[in-house]
Design a protein around this ligand. Structure first.
Ligand SMILES: NC(=O)c1ccc[n+]([C@@H]2O[C@H](COP(=O)([O-])OP(=O)(O)OC[C@H]3O[C@@H](n4cnc5c(N)ncnc54)[C@H](O)[C@@H]3O)[C@@H](O)[C@H]2O)c1
Ligand SMILES: O=C(O)[C@H](O)COP(=O)(O)O
Length: 384
């Protein structure tokens, strides 16, 4: 029996995929798996029993990934599963900003009498512009950035993208007519709208700062559906004050933006559609089950993808280890010393970490195996 703990509400379309070998609750003690969305896990004690964490979504900055790697906890996310939902809200944000929709609605709601006459007399204060022909800069051409770029182009915008680490898949999916910029600083001065779609990491912290604002056109509109810390709060507030930035559309409101007329604040709704929540939950649950039952890893952010398919051998050994020379030789040598015959093996690495799946056609003493494999470089050993 596997124990799964959920830290956020996860769509039933995902949870119903767990077989009767699983119990699901919000109790993390003794859990082998944790499923979550944006709940912050940084100050949470990780139970010794924990084998995997699945983030039903894209960003993993709410999870202590480095600590998990050290403890041999595999962290999954669900790449692309909520990208369409975010794309649609980004387009909404662009259009809301172009047509002054939120301030116009707020004004309309204050009207008490003679409404149609007052509307016709005063509507010109909210006249906007069309986005057709305007230039949109897309920073980060991953799952969301590519969808936003292609969709904005189809609405008549000229799109310039920037992503120094663009994947082959993104390059393949990106419309041929999207201009790709060599650097962020070359993109910024050309844009009427700039939308950010990079993960929050040490090197994207305050990526958009005073220096970057100084490169932008006066009256630019900035959209942030990625993470608040990617845009310096002090610098965006100053840019709104001076008029450098005409509108800031953010999915991550803070107190300072709520009282700012030039900020369009959305309560982190980018991924909050039925379809996206179901997609993310299904993917997260499937990845979690495949790891717990078969040891296979798909879409982990800390360990490599590695699979031996559905486990049909007598036993499967799963070894999480450091990616250092001679590890595979050490592992197979120890198995040979224990007179264990290997029927299949897969070994993959990612950065400083590696993973080895080994099918064996004999019984194995799990305690003795773990003792024998308790050598430098091995993080954890599991017999499935
Ligand atoms: N508002 C929401 O509800 C919502 C929903 C999904 C994702 N997000 C956020 O959006 C982020 C992106 O999501 P995604 O699904 O597109 O992820 P993704 O991994 O598919 O794409 C991220 C892209 O950013 C690029 N990148 C990394 N550093 C960069 C840099 N310094 N400059 C330019 N490009 C850089 C990467 O190469 C990658 O192509 C997530 O990490 C998350 O923080 C928010
Ligand atoms: O990174 C993500 O996937 C988004 O920020 C969505 O977060 P949520 O699942 O809490 O809506």
């Amino acid at each position: 029996m596997y124990k799964i703990a959920t830290l956020n509400k996860i769509s039933s379309k995902g949870l119903e995929r767990f077989s009767d070998r699983y119990t699901v609750s919000d109790n993390t003690s003794d859990a082998q798996g944790i499923l979550l969305r944006s709940q912050d896990m940084h100050s949470m004690a990780l139970p010794e029993s924990l084998l995997a964490i699945a983030r039903a979504g894209a960003g993993v900055n709410n999870i202590p990934v480095d600590a998990c790697s050290k403890k041999g906890i595999v962290v999954f996310n669900t790449p692309g599963a909520n990208a369409n939902a975010v794309k649609e809200l980004v387009l909404t944000g662009i259009l809301m900003s172009a047509r002054n929709v939120s301030s116009a609605i707020a004004w309309t709601k204050t009207l008490t009498e003679d409404i149609s006459k007052t509307v016709e007399k005063n509507k010109s204060q909210f006249a906007g512009h069309e986005i057709k022909g305007k230039v949109l800069g897309v920073v980060g051409l991953g799952a969301i950035g590519v969808m936003v770029a292609n969709a904005a182009e189809s609405l008549g915008m000229h799109v310039i993208g920037y992503d120094p680490y663009m994947s082959i898949q993104s390059a393949h999916e990106l419309s041929r007519t999207v201009e790709v910029s060599e650097s962020l600083d070359l993109l910024l001065p050309k844009c009427d709208y700039i939308t950010i779609h990079v993960p929050f990491m040490e090197n994207t912290k305050e990526l958009i700062n005073e220096k970057r604002f100084s490169l932008m056109k006066d009256g630019v509109c900035l959209l942030n559906f990625s993470r608040d810390q990617i845009v310096s709060e002090a610098d965006i507030l100053n840019a709104l004050e001076t008029g450098k930035v005409r509108k800031y559309v953010t999915d991550f409101p803070s107190e300072k933006f709520l009282c700012n007329d030039k900020a369009i604040c959305i309560p982190h709704l980018g991924a909050s559609t039925k379809e996206s929540e179901e997609n993310c939950a299904r993917m997260a649950v499937d990845q979690m089950m495949d790891y717990l039952e078969n040891g296979n890893i798909t879409n982990s952010v800390n360990f490599p993808n590695c699979s031996l398919g559905i486990s049909t051998s007598m036993n499967r050994i799963a070894v999480l280890n450091k990616n250092v020379p001679a590890m595979l030789g050490k592992i197979t040598g120890i198995l040979a010393d224990m007179n264990i015959n290997i029927s299949d093996l897969n070994n993959r690495s990612k950065g400083e970490l590696a993973y080895t799946l080994i099918d064996i056609d004999s019984e194995v003493d799990e305690v003795a195996l773990k003792q024998a494999l308790n050598v430098n470089g091995i993080i954890s050993v599991r017999v499935i």
